[in-house]
Design a protein around this ligand. Structure first.
Ligand SMILES: *Cc1c(COP(=O)(O)O)cnc(C)c1O
Length: 588
């Protein structure tokens, strides 16, 4: 879904406000600086000369040992200054000259106040806009415990009324890209029943709930067997369950970092990812102090081995390939990138959060699928989401490793705790056994044939859509779709604003994903889209035609925001907007 959908117009207003207000101040500040700096230098020069004469006179009366101490102190001072300058230079290099200038400018007295006031105004606007769109103002809010507990019937009625605000859809005709992966009322009911019967369980207590432990290891084993592990592949492949794709990626990055530290003693770890790699890698870099080295994608939107090779250093611990990537749905050069990792003796993660439960079955259904999993030598870990195309409830995913020698680096052991001897497999302590049981149930209920059938249906829908897009004048595909994600952009961005296309589609009830770098949109087809392709293509054709023949853009849409985000040199203002938006979501 589009994170910035609500209150999107606010950013445009807020940032243009800030930029416009800053401009005269910047100019004035510059003039002001020249005004006092020139005379100051002139006035200072006689003092500078006399001070050197003064120093000569002073030093002349000193003993040699005193001069030696003075020199030593001076050297130390210079070193300290040099360090300061170097640190500033590093900041400058990392943030970029332009961004650093903006940061300095925004800290100047007078300007800082304006930025703060504008940010406060922005927050108020975002809050009002989100609450209006979500209909919050019409509902009673509960921000403190009720004195007396509410009756079950009452609560159910309230939940039902709140649920009415959410997007509703009929089976198989979702208008939302991705998001809803679960399919079939019968499948869904089964999972809900299973959840209810395991809702009290927790795999942390393997001795109390041995059934859950057994289900977790079976989910992992079945997933590994689909992806180049298991009896017909590499039997060493192993893994663990996590709460979702992001956690699988975070876990793999942490394990790879510590594995490489143990093997090669790398203490300033770096990882190389394509610009199309999932945002979870950026999060992992932030959490685990791994330097993120980002490489651009090629003309085909894939990350090439050559690009990765250029970015590798002695400190590289991990290189990443996506199968496929979220934005354009293309599969990176897994074979080339994994070979590179193998040659350098470093880890290689394949992110198959999206593709893990599609690509093996697409291959079985006869679609061409390049090597992308543990069948490729050099791949050391993978992330695979049971809660996407595995058709399980949200809250489960699988992280896989080439061998248990890597997996053990995701564990935490504590031997000096008064609470006892402690070992934990990953980030979480307690976990939901119920979610594990639903993932297990989903996989066994679908079976190989069930997944192949659903995949074939989704592949057909995606191909039909891709062909339809290519036939629309003014649009072209952004990358050749490897599976069920179809990305497209304007053939001539000056003639057609693709974000305006998105706004017009949103006005017709569609929720597509907006991409950037370059501006594009994508639709991720799931089992819920079997009967909507024609309708989507028709709306897309109408909207593009209308905009190209001078039709009005949707008012208060996202197009101006993305337009601004794509040209704004101050990335921090965009970042500040995102943070303000998140603040509002979390606190009302
Ligand atoms: C969805 C996705 C993820 C992360 O998924 P979450 O389950 O939302 O944390 C990672 N990589 C790709 C390619 C994805 O599509």
């Amino acid at each position: 879904m589009d994170t910035m959908k609500h209150g999107g117009w606010v950013l445009q207003h807020a940032t243009t406000d800030v930029l416009l207000k800053l401009k005269p101040h910047a100019e004035a500040a510059w003039k002001h600086m020249q005004h006092w700096s020139d005379p100051l230098l002139q006035r200072a020069s006689p003092y500078l000369e006399s001070s050197t004469r003064w120093m000569d006179a002073q030093l002349g009366g000193l003993m040699p040992w005193q001069i030696a101490i003075l020199s030593a102190v001076t050297v130390l001072l210079l070193v300290w200054l040099l360090q300061l300058v170097l640190a500033a230079a590093t900041d400058l290099k990392e943030a970029g000259v332009l961004q650093s200038m903006f940061e300095v400018m925004k800290r100047l007295p007078g300007i800082r106040g304006i930025v703060q006031r504008e940010n406060a105004k922005m927050l108020v606007k975002i809050r009002a806009s989100i609450n209006k769109e979500n209909g919050v103002s019409h509902e009673q809010q509960y921000l403190e415990l009720p004195k007396v507990g509410m009756a079950a019937d009452d609560l159910k009625a309230r939940l039902q009324s709140r649920g009415k605000r959410d997007v509703a859809f009929k089976e198989g005709s979702s208008r939302v890209s991705g998001t809803l992966y679960l399919m079939g009322q019968e499948h869904c009911r089964l999972l809900n029943d299973v959840y209810a019967s395991y809702s009290h369980t927790n795999p942390m207590h393997a001795d109390v709930f041995p059934s859950v432990r057994q289900m977790e290891l079976e989910v992992v084993a079945m997933t590994a067997a689909m992806l180049g592990g298991g009896p017909s592949g590499d039997r060493e492949v192993c893994g663990a369950m996590t709460s979702g794709g992001t956690e699988s990626i975070l876990t793999a990055v942490k394990a790879s970092r510590d594995y490489m530290r143990a093997r090669k003693g790398i203490r300033r770890p770096e990882m190389v990812v394509g610009q199309s790699a999932h945002a979870a890698f950026f999060k992992a870099a932030e959490y685990f102090n791994v330097k993120l080295v980002m490489v651009p994608v090629g003309k085909d939107y894939r990350v090439s081995a050559a690009a990765v090779a250029r970015a590798m250093t002695r400190n590289t611990v991990l290189v990443v390939a996506s199968s496929p990537c979220f934005p354009h749905g293309v599969i990176d050069d897994v074979t080339g990138i994994a070979a590179l990792a193998r040659r350098h003796g470093v880890c290689c993660h394949v992110d198959a959060c999206l593709g893990g439960f599609v690509l093996p079955f697409a291959r079985a259904a006869g679609y061409p699928v390049p090597p992308f999993d543990f069948a490729v030598p050099g791949v050391t870990s993978m992330s695979v989401d049971t809660h996407k195309f595995g058709m399980a409830h949200k809250g489960t995913s699988v992280v896989l490793y080439r061998s248990s020698a890597i997996r053990r680096h995701q564990y935490t052991r504590v031997t000096e705790w008064s609470g006892g001897l402690y070992i934990s497999p990953g980030f979480a302590g307690s976990r939901s056994g119920a979610l594990i049981s639903t993932a297990w149930t989903s996989m066994l209920h679908q079976g190989h044939q069930g997944y192949v059938k659903l995949t074939d249906q989704m592949m057909k829908a995606s191909r039909q859509f891709a062909e339809g897009v290519q036939a629309i004048e003014g649009l072209e595909l952004a990358g050749k779709p490897a599976m069920t994600v179809v990305a497209f952009k304007a053939t001539k961005p000056r003639a057609l604003n693709i974000y305006a296309v998105n706004d017009a589609l949103s006005a017709r009830g569609w929720h597509l994903n907006a991409l950037q770098l370059p501006p594009a949109l994508h639709m991720c087809f799931t089992a819920q889209h079997a009967s909507v392709v024609e309708a989507l293509l028709k709306d897309l054709r109408d909207v593009v035609q209308d905009l190209q023949s001078g039709g009005e853009q949707v008012k208060d849409g996202m197009a101006p925001v993305y337009g601004l985000a794509s040209v704004s040199p101050d990335r921090n203002i965009i970042g500040e907007f995102l943070v303000a938006y998140q603040d509002v979501l979390l606190s009302g």
